[in-house]
Design a protein around this ligand. Structure first.
Ligand SMILES: *Cc1c(COP(=O)(O)O)cnc(C)c1O
Length: 382
């Protein structure tokens, strides 16, 4: 209990909040959000077309280090369309980590594809490339150079690594393994805006990447997302299919395929343009908090998750590890009862009712992380 008291005390001190509730991650609006939103209202372009949407797509491509970005209504829809653009079809399998937010598995399911869950590694919290390679050697049979799962007979049409809490996964190695088996990669980059390997942004490594601007993410516009890619044809197709596949014409309603209304409204785009201007400040501010947490937890001998060398995390959500499930649960109860919001990691996807029968590899590290990890307050500090 003394340890828990010290942790909660340090978090309160860090946020200069002696008594009030401290959320896990709250948005921060001190830039031009109001100015741009009012400008969008004054322009009357509040909905699915407008200058802020175009501006956001240009600026997002720069931040993601890709040639193109397509704005979407949220991160889940971005992921759904990125998977379609990567060629995923009904009844095919998509590899992804069991330790992720449910949207990753849901986007796969929207297509009628089946997730195949693989394990993560302890230091990156992303897919373990060595274990992935071993698993693929076991299950994959190449037919006409296309990867099939021998055990289920289904084609394996994509792999979706996720950059957990803004820590970059071992993405280069994961892509190398997937290449050997002819499996394209779509990055679930929902949590990792601004994170990098060397100087290259996370989200720009795969064939496509998907970002989220939900209210709890590093930057937000209430709800929003983006698909990023270097492939011009895929970017154009993604824009078309997310905007009801309308064939451009001044007045005619011509649509050339069944498509989606996944457009980001110009109102939200106005907000995210303003948030993008604050991104570097947020990243510096969050890094300072992470450094201060790191020193504190080192002294307390509680493992604190840090970026791997050669990578830059965005420290979206800081995470600590307890010794076991019992201690984790005791801390969750203690901190939340004392007004400091903390959260366990996600229930593993393979334990959720709708995904319990999906194929999977051994998930022992995912299990250990689930039992030990707790996210602690990580907002940008005033
Ligand atoms: C937030 C998140 C998403 C979904 O984004 P929304 O904008 O909420 O739809 C997808 N994957 C991961 C890993 C996320 O954290």
């Amino acid at each position: 209990m003394e340890k828990f008291e010290k942790i909660v005390g340090f978090i309160r001190e860090s946020f200069n909040t002696p008594n009030d509730f401290i959320p896990l991650h709250q948005p921060y609006f001190t830039g031009k959000e109001k100015e741009y939103v009012i400008d969008a209202i004054d322009s009357t372009f509040v909905s699915s077309v407008g200058e802020y949407v175009n501006r956001f797509e240009r600026e997002m491509a720069k931040v993601a280090g890709t040639k193109y970005a397509v704005a979407t209504v949220n991160g889940t829809s971005a992921l759904h369309i990125a998977l379609l653009m990567a060629g995923v079809k009904k009844d095919e399998e998509v590899l992804t980590q069991a330790f992720t937010f449910v949207a990753t598995a849901n986007a796969i399911s929207y297509i009628g594809a089946i997730p195949n869950f693989v394990d993560i590694e302890e230091d990156s919290l992303g897919i373990d490339p060595a274990k992935l390679e071993k698993y693929l050697e076991e299950i994959v049979e190449l037919k006409n150079n296309e990867p099939y799962n021998k055990q289920t007979g289904r084609k394996i049409s994509c792999c979706v690594p996720m950059h957990t809490f803004g820590f970059v996964s071992t993405i280069v190695e994961i892509i190398d393994v997937c290449k050997k088996f002819n499996i394209p990669v779509v990055e679930d980059a929902a949590e990792c805006i601004g994170a990098k390997v060397g100087e290259k942004p996370a989200g720009s490594f795969g064939k496509l990447g998907a970002f989220s601007f939900n209210g709890n993410k590093v930057i937000t516009c209430g709800g929003g997302g983006a698909i990023v890619t270097d492939d011009e044809a895929l970017a154009k197709k993604a824009k078309h299919i997310t905007t009801t596949a309308k064939v451009p014409h001044q007045w005619e309603y011509k649509h050339d395929m069944v498509a989606y209304n996944y457009r980001m409204p110009n109102l939200n785009a106005a907000m995210i343009c303003a948030q993008l201007e604050s991104l570097n400040h947020f990243l510096t501010n969050k890094r300072e908090l992470a450094n201060s947490y790191q020193n504190f937890f080192l002294e307390l001998e509680v493992p604190f998750v840090t970026e791997r060398s050669g990578t830059t995390a965005n420290y979206w959500l800081n995470a600590i590890m307890f010794t076991d499930l019992k201690e984790r649960n005791a801390f969750l109860a203690y901190s939340n009862e004392n007004g400091v919001m903390t959260r366990p990691g996600w229930e593993l996807m393979n334990t959720l009712e709708m995904y319990k029968d999906c194929p999977k590899d051994d998930l022992s590290t995912s299990n250990i992380i689930f039992e030990r990890l707790v996210n602690i307050p990580s907002s940008v500090r005033k």
